[in-house]
Design a protein around this ligand. Structure first.
Ligand code: PA5
Length: 320
């Protein structure tokens, strides 16, 4: 996937875009799927760091609190995703602080028409495969306007981890564990972005459904759902951050609970900083889902359901 190169390209692309005054209000991310996950990851990075909330909207309408102090970041790899474009147009009625991130399409035209800064991403990739360029572009840009999501050491650490990559065996053994199974991906709350990324990669690349559970909320409802589960072949991915030892007993409990129900892969994240952890986990998710796609004989690049959905979306949006 050459994500270390993408990361550098993203940081470079961020430098070329016009600057916005960040304001003091919340930061709103708009985007769907492989672009929307960038907002989730920024929210994860910001959680223990920024003094402003990061809210991610994966829908067509921004929340009613958006005003001229809100910074909006809209990400659409293709630049043509209906929900994201609608969200930008509606947000623009209340704030001019809007950063667009895209490889082109209608979003690029919008940047020109409304004189909004655009970070131009390399075209002709699959949106989900462009994660590193998209995310580092946003991290670099926000940093340049005083919103630091990761220190320069953390950025370097994460790029180093991407450069080293992940052995084929690790991805293969997870794919084998998931083969012909219904995956459940569980993580702690602050790593939600990563659990969702795993789900999305399994959906889009390997063409299987998957479910996400977050610990500790998991222990207050979902745990009971496994007392008398429907008889089906489940497999479990447990995302484990060794840097958060306070969660270890809860993850141990979840692992024990799940082991009665199917095979469990405990994925240990690498790195000190959150950015490194997110990128390591995402890289492994991507490679494991590609392995699984090849074992299942499906084409990871073709997402027919998304194409059909986007056609259906157009009919719900008479203006486009
Ligand atoms: O990975 C994918 O292909 C999808 O999840 C897309 O990212 C999603 O449909 C949104 O499209 P875009 O990223 O072009 O806005």
């Amino acid at each position: 996937l050459s994500w270390h190169k993408q990361a550098l390209r993203g940081l470079e692309a961020a430098e070329k875009a016009g600057r916005i005054e960040p304001g003091r209000g919340p930061i709103l991310f708009c985007g769907m799927g492989g672009s929307g996950i960038v907002g989730d990851m920024v929210a994860a990075l910001a959680y223990g760091r920024l003094r402003r909330p990061v809210i991610v909207v994966k829908d067509r309408t921004p929340p009613s609190w958006v005003n001229d102090d809100t910074l909006v970041v809209a990400v659409s790899y293709s630049g043509n995703t209906g929900e994201t474009l609608e969200c930008v147009e509606k947000a623009y009625r209340h704030t001019g602080r809007i950063l667009l991130v895209s490889s082109g399409g209608r979003m690029q035209e919008l940047a020109f028409e409304k004189n909004l800064p655009l970070i131009k991403i390399t075209p002709n990739l699959l949106p989900r495969a462009a994660l590193a360029e998209l995310l580092y572009a946003v991290v670099g840009y926000l940093r340049s306007i005083g919103l630091e999501l990761a220190s320069s050491c953390e950025v370097e650490e994460s790029i180093d981890i991407l450069r080293k990559g992940i052995g084929e065996d690790a991805a293969k053994s997870i794919a084998e564990l998931l083969y012909n199974k219904l995956p459940v991906v569980a993580s702690t709350f602050t790593l939600q972005a990563l659990a969702v990324r795993w789900k999305n990669e399994l959906n889009e690349n390997a063409k299987i459904p998957a479910k996400v559970e977050l610990i500790p909320e998991w222990g207050h409802n979902d745990v009971v759902g496994w007392e008398e589960p429907v008889n089906a072949p489940y497999a479990f991915i447990l995302i484990d951050d060794p840097g958060s030892p306070e969660y270890k007993p809860l993850l141990d409990f979840a692992a024990e609970w799940y082991e009665r129900l199917g095979p469990v892969a405990r994925v240990e994240l690498k790195g000190e900083g959150m950015l490194a952890k997110l990128m390591y986990g995402s890289l492994l998710a991507g490679l494991a889902s590609l392995e699984l796609a090849s074992m299942r004989g499906v084409d990871p690049a073709v997402t027919r359901g998304i194409a059909l959905y986007k056609e259906a979306y157009k009919s719900s949006s008479p203006n486009r």
